[in-house]
Design a binder for this molecule. Structure first.
Ligand code: ZN
Length: 130
């Protein structure tokens, strides 16, 4: 296999990196995409990732946090403020990190689909004759 300058899909997602050059330039805000990659100029604004990851992620994070909270409660039976201190920041961090990874993954997939071969010109196959 020849070496590729593009990061792998997994690497680009987990490192929240640009799918073309691998720089950490994807986000301008906490969960807001930058308009363009500051390193290679990839037009990030042209990709439409949408809100797909948000609902999915909320369910997963909610399930994990609930499971952890129940486990801690049954094992240690801490006072309620311990739960608040533990789970509120953890949930926020998990959602933010998860959203960044999820959005980076979708963007990387979208980037690869558009960059791949076998695209149809004008959205339809070329026809012979007529
Ligand atoms: Zn880039």
């Amino acid at each position: 296999m020849s070496e590729t300058p593009e990061p792998s899909l997994l690497a680009a997602s987990l490192r929240v990196a640009c799918p073309r050059c691998g720089s950490k330039t994807l986000f301008a805000g906490v969960i807001r995409f930058a308009d363009k990659c500051r390193a290679c100029g990839l037009d990030i604004g042209a990709f439409n990732v949408g809100d797909g990851p948000a609902a999915f992620l909320t369910l997963i994070v909610g399930a994990i946090i609930t499971l952890l909270a129940v486990t801690v409660e049954l094992a240690v039976e801490p006072p309620i403020w311990v739960h608040v201190l533990l789970w509120v920041p953890l949930t926020a961090a998990a959602v933010i990190y998860g959203l960044r990874v999820g959005k980076a993954a979708l963007l990387a997939i979208e980037y690869r689909q558009r960059a791949g071969e076998g695209r149809l010109r004008d959205g339809r196959p070329e026809e012979d004759g007529e």
